[in-house]
Design a protein around this ligand. Sequence first.
Ligand code: FAD
Length: 458
Amino acid sequence: MVVEQLSKPTEETKARGIGTLATEALWRRGLGPQLQEAHPGGVRELTRDHGSALGHFANIHKLLPDRQRHGTQIWQPELERVLTAHAEALGVPILRGHEIVALESDADGVTTTSRGERRLRAPYLVGCDGGRSTVRKLAGFPFPGTAALSRTIAGRVRFAGDVPASGRYDTGTFLYGGSMAGVSELAVGDEPDGPVTTRELADAIRRVTGSDVVIEEIHDDRRFGDQARQAGTYRLGRVLLAGDAAHVHSPSGGQGLNLGLMDAMNLGWKLAAVVRGDAPEALLDTYTRERHPAGEAVLRNTRAQSALLAPGPHVDALRDIVEELMDIPAANQYFSELLSAVNLRYELPYPAQGPAGRHCPDLELVDDDGNLSRLHEHTRSGRGLLLLTPETRELARFVTGRVEVVPVTNTEPLLLRPDAVVAWASGDGESLGTTLDTWFGHRTPMGRCAPSTRPTSS
Ligand SMILES: Cc1cc2nc3c(=O)[nH]c(=O)nc-3n(C[C@H](O)[C@H](O)[C@H](O)COP(=O)(O)OP(=O)(O)OC[C@H]3O[C@@H](n4cnc5c(N)ncnc54)[C@H](O)[C@@H]3O)c2cc1C
């Protein structure tokens, strides 16, 4: 059940896209056509607003696209509509107008109280309630990190008269892309709240650029800082966190939604298996173990981007050097991969080799009759997948349920978890058995338990 405080979805246009891993994850659940439909228009708007179709690191727009694995430009409200329709089609109840204000957690479950004294009880509660998460605060999760270095106010505006040049100034940055105007300055004092007014934005533009402007109209206004914080653990008993509730950072590089959706992909199948009684509760501990480092990596690169966005001649010099580095193809790829996280590797609780621990790309697969398909065509059910080549087909006898076997002829044998993380690659029957027990066994996620129906290794 989804519990949401707003009575109807917001049209606030925060994120304008999702990254590679989230795009691939949504394709695997059958949402590819909706993403494909939104993407070309999103790319046009991005190019208009940023003045470049290239990706950026700290506003240095030089990142070359990867034609094989890429993200999707889709505005956040549109993505929310796609996800809502998907959840409704699956029969997930969405309870709107329910603001959670209190919770009690015990050995069997969690009871929440919504404004108006409405109470709900469930075996688990996942706080996906954003950067100021009420669930996080009520459950007592530690949330350490660093305060904001800079604050930005922005909005779609109509200027009357001249507009100063976009760029870096002595005390901040002013950017205007023909529609969206934004000003970043060093953070001082308490974080303000409420809508950005035309006056406030014009004052900030004057402070930074020295020019007076007249703003006739502002909409889609927003304010954000670059504080970087992360929950010390993503699970306290029966309460878990995902998305901005678990981590906040600057929007530089557009990574927040991607990170949150991948938290959800990691947690969803584990929680489902535990709730159904198919897996022990300890499986949930692998959630923090795998996703906390992913959050940490984003905090690290967004902090680095904040440092590169600060005003001043020393940072100008550093930016020049980073810009030059980006002309080196290997360095360009390094920065792209920093933002896309395609090389993220989870530490697995057994010896693993090759691609094990990484998210599998949308492989092209060839079956015994030479028919072509894509990986995402086999993943709608959300089960594990065991891709077996003709020489390794006999390993299918190790499979005991919750895993589908796909005969292939053109890849190495692979076992994929429901979140498409490669759990096993090209090993022997014994290592496959250990891996199946770890993720799909009934007793412990740390291996060594053999479901009674599994044959012994030959
Ligand atoms: C200007 C800007 C640009 C951005 N651009 C990008 C981008 O291009 N790409 C990208 O990936 N990310 C971007 N981000 C970040 C991205 O928007 C966030 O990471 C994302 O919104 C986080 O999603 P979430 O579901 O975790 O939290 P939220 O989007 O904050 O959703 C939390 C939900 O919980 C509800 N809620 C809160 N409290 C309660 C309660 N007590 N009871 C019930 N419901 C509650 C809220 O109403 C809300 O619907 C941007 C952010 C900003 C500010």
